[in-house]
Design a protein around this ligand. Sequence first.
Ligand SMILES: Cc1cc2nc3c(=O)[nH]c(=O)nc-3n(C[C@H](O)[C@H](O)[C@H](O)COP(=O)(O)O)c2cc1C
Length: 148
Amino acid sequence: MKKILISYWSGTGNTETMAKRLAQGVSDAGCEAVLKKTAETTPDLVKEAAAMAFGCPAMGAEVLEESEVEPLIAGLSAAELGGKALGLFGSYDWGDGQWMRDWVDRMKSLGADVDGEGIIAHLDPDDGALTQCYELGKRLAGKAVLAP
Ligand SMILES: Cc1cc2nc3c(=O)[nH]c(=O)nc-3n(C[C@H](O)[C@H](O)[C@H](O)COP(=O)(O)O)c2cc1C
């Protein structure tokens, strides 16, 4: 069964709620959802994944969480990302989603096949955001099946 890595950081649980819903979409579409916190995300898990999703809320001033997520993302190379479908998601509060726009651009510049514009949820994700997460999980599973 193809593995899809869902790696997330969440301080107060909002992004975690999104990650769990995304994992449900992956499983319902017949792939294995490998749901991991950022700190548990090893290079091998990234390599083994047929598709991936990364989650992180807006932190600092419209940046990724700096102690765990930023080093993980900074350590990814085009070799690991190229040709793999990638979803990005996270929760925010007072901003306008700038952190997500920057993150999408950054991953695209590494050659990742980024799904849409990323999914953003205001604080505790509402039903609409959770449906988007679920559908993203299904899309990633669909693309993973075609991955080598
Ligand atoms: C230290 C800190 C920095 C934050 N910076 C931003 C920000 O730049 N823009 C924004 O929209 N929200 C910001 N937030 C709000 C969080 O993104 C928001 O509370 C989010 O729901 C947290 O998600 P989580 O429950 O997954 O941790 C910040 C929150 C904290 C604690």
